[in-house]
Design a protein around this ligand. Structure first.
Ligand code: SF4
Length: 701
């Protein structure tokens, strides 16, 4: 087949459009889609190598029960039986789904519907909990809904772009390319990078603020106080569209400039310059990502940032606003269908009886989850202590990626019944499955994803399903039918699922919520297949002019106003005499998650071939580790041994280790095994960037 198919990259939340082609010899080539509004033809190294990762090596091609090949019917019967038995004996909260931002919206929709509406529990959570749930919680507190007001174009239009906790150059490379191109043509544009590390992104910065880990709240509360002192507040916007300013003001005024200096560790000149730039520039976009979200104060950080934008009215207009960048290709789509334990579908609130009632009536379901379910860390705790009897893991590898990963592995091993749906047979998690179900991979599956700027795009299939692999939504619907919920899961194809999702978003005006794609109800399959990328909110009628959120208020709290949230700076140093270093985990440019796909590309692996620990030269001397020597890093939860990368880009007293490697690729490199299962109180997001560890030269036994 030489036909070109327009689809979407399955890696990061930028959501680039890709044109894929299969040559006569079966080789897949890709190029950027010039018409896709996320990337206009650009691709990064990972996206460009997609064709090298679609081979069938290591694929699971048939259902397996206890490692033996099984028929689909047998496997699905067993899953339905074991879930039904657990529910009958121990109640609906004894089962759980742990899903993924790799799922398509249609998969997510069916999983959420089955768990919340038919099983009657909210025990469905996602690996997106690890990447952006603090932003969700922050948006809901400030705006009354999980609305991301930013667009990529805003970044290009801004005169000041602040990147905080975001290594954009490596983690959202095409947005970085767009920023770099804009900066090259507009010399007056300034970029501030706020990050304890001097990342590759810092190279584009006019000002790099190497703050202490987790001191972002102090930095932005200090900025808020500075804006008030300068009288740089947009009094009209604050009066008309917000509440809570006086309380936030009174709290911030207790934070002195010197206290901010002490907590952030910044030189006074740098801090003054940052505050001056923000106060003096109307068009400001503040992008934030994992460095903000993956923290025990992640939600407060998000609100400290949003407070500054609300106070200056710099939100919802071209070139202005707070902008959370999502990590995964469909973290946002998961949020839209309620794929988090504390959300309902279509941005409705599980805490609201009215919303629960609306969703239940729409689904005509026998039940509806009455309370939030277990968030990721708590879910695996419940697996460990035996409360969860049956667990279904889809498209993710928690044995590598969860904090306290060794404990998570032990919990999964001990769980009475574990189902894993994945594309690979031998992931660290799939190895422990009682039932392994073969899923479709990128290029084989078909549906929709939503990127960081609320743009919904089609992933389209252009490869045949290998072996007996089937879509995740199909697997869920088949199990639902076997559990006795036939009618509600009778989806002939993904198009009908999208249609139902769109209809729910508009049902009874969705309680006047932000997420409404009701104008897409009633598309036939061909229209769904041809659906061009679109950004919500979209006025009725496809292709109509896009609209913005919040320039004129219109927030989703009952009074229509945004909330200033009072947040308090606090010391964030977790180190002690036994664990004197701060470990920061993160991504590198050319790998994705636990490398189950990018690890297949020799080209991608040649960028950085093995796991490493970035150390400051003086710390390396102190622990007696030479260039390329091995470092043993240890926390109360686990241990890893990786090669030292000695660099002045790393601050003293801190260590950076990438989170990708697993035991398939390197011994003892699962860095998340060291991360404490400490979470943000509002979002449940783990704190993966501020972990107290010991480090020493590795000595072979
Ligand atoms: Fe894929 Fe993200 Fe790279 Fe775009 S920037 S090609 S979405 S990995």
């Amino acid at each position: 087949m030489d036909t070109e198919v327009k689809t979407t990259c399955p890696y990061c939340g930028v959501g680039c459009g890709v044109i894929a082609k299969v040559a006569g010899d079966g080789k897949v080539s890709v190029k950027g889609d010039p018409d896709h509004p996320a990337n206009f033809g650009r691709l990064c190294s990972k996206g460009s190598a997609l064709g090298e990762t679609v081979d069938l090596d290591g694929r699971v091609l048939h259902p397996e029960i206890l490692g033996e090949r099984a028929e689909w019917g047998q496997a699905l019967d067993l899953v339905a039986q074991r879930f039904s038995d657990a529910i009958a004996e121990h109640g609906p909260d004894s089962v759980a789904f742990y899903v993924s931002g790799q799922l398509l919206t249609e998969d997510y929709y069916v999983a959420n519907k089955l768990m919340k509406g038919f099983i009657g529990s909210a025990n469905i959570d996602t690996n997106s909990r690890l990447c952006m749930s603090s932003s969700v919680a922050g948006h809901r507190r400030a705006f009354g809904s999980d609305t991301v007001p930013g667009t990529y174009e805003d970044i290009e239009l801004a005169d000041l772009v602040i990147l905080t906790g975001s290594n954009l150059a490596w983690c959202h490379p095409v947005v970085y390319q767009r920023l770099a191109a804009a900066k090259a043509t507009r010399p007056g544009m300034k970029v501030v990078v706020i990050d304890p590390r001097q990342t590759m992104t810092a190279d584009i910065a006019d000002l790099h603020l190497a703050i202490r880990p987790d001191s972002d709240v102090a930095l932005f509360v200090g900025l808020f106080e500075h804006l008030i002192a300068l009288n740089a507040i947009d009094q009209n916007y604050v009066a008309e569209h917000t509440t809570g300013f006086a309380e936030a003001f009174s709290s911030a005024s207790g934070t002195s400039f010197n206290e901010v200096l002490e907590l952030t560790g910044l030189p006074a000149m740098q801090l003054r310059e940052f505050y001056r730039l923000f106060a003096a520039t109307e068009k400001v976009v503040t992008c934030y990502s994992q460095g903000v979200n993956q923290s025990s104060s992640g939600t407060d950080k998000v609100n400290a940032i949003i407070n500054c934008h609300l106070a200056t009215g710099r939100i919802g207009r071209p070139g202005m606003g707070p902008f959370s960048l999502t990590g995964q290709p469909n973290a946002m789509g998961g949020r839209e269908v309620g794929g988090l334990a504390n959300m309902l579908a279509a941005h409705m609130a599980i805490e609201s009886a009215e919303d629960r009632n609306r969703v239940q009536r729409f689904w005509r379901s026998p039940a509806i989850a009455e309370k939030p379910g277990l968030k990721a860390v708590d879910m695996f705790r419940a697996v460990a202590d035996g409360r969860i009897k049956s667990l279904w893991i889809m498209a993710t590898n928690p044995v590598v990626s969860m904090p306290d990963a060794d404990a998570v592995e032990a919990a999964i091993k001990a769980c009475p019944f574990v189902v894993v749906s994945d594309v690979l047979k031998d992931t660290d998690t799939a190895r422990h499955a009682h039932v392994l179900l073969p899923s479709l991979g990128w290029g084989e599956k078909s549906g929709t994803v939503t990127n960081s700027e609320r743009r919904i795009s089609r992933q389209r299939s252009f490869l045949d399903a290998p072996g007996e692999a089937r879509a995740d939504w199909w697997q869920l619907a088949e199990v639902a039918r076997r559990m006795g919920f036939s009618q509600a899961f009778d989806f002939p194809s993904n198009a009908e699922i999208f249609d139902e999702h769109a209809a729910l978003s508009a049902f009874e005006n969705n309680g006047n919520r932000d997420f409404d794609i009701g104008s897409y109800v009633g598309m036939n399959r061909q229209a769904y297949d041809e659906l061009p990328p679109f950004q919500w909110p979209q006025p009725a009628g496809h292709g109509a002019t896009e609209t913005r959120f919040f320039a004129k208020g219109g927030f989703y709290h009952a009074d229509g106003k945004a909330r200033f949230i009072t947040v308090k700076p606090a010391a964030s140093d977790r180190t002690n005499a036994d664990y004197p270093f701060t470990l920061n985990t993160g991504r590198i440019r050319d790998q994705w998650h636990t490398m189950t796909r990018t690890g297949k590309s020799a080209r991608l692996s040649s960028h950085i071939a093995e796991p490493f620990a970035e150390l400051h030269p003086r710390d390396a001397i102190e622990i007696d580790v030479g260039k390329a020597g091995l470092v043993e890093i240890e926390s109360p939860h686990g241990r890893a041994v990786v090669r030292a990368l000695i660099t002045e880009r790393q601050a003293r007293g801190s260590i950076f280790v990438p989170m990708h490697w697993n035991d398939q690729f390197a011994a003892k490199a699962r860095i998340d095994a060291l991360v404490a299962p400490l979470t943000d109180a509002h979002s449940g997001q783990p704190a993966s960037k501020n972990v107290a560890v010991a480090a020493r030269r590795f000595k072979a036994a």
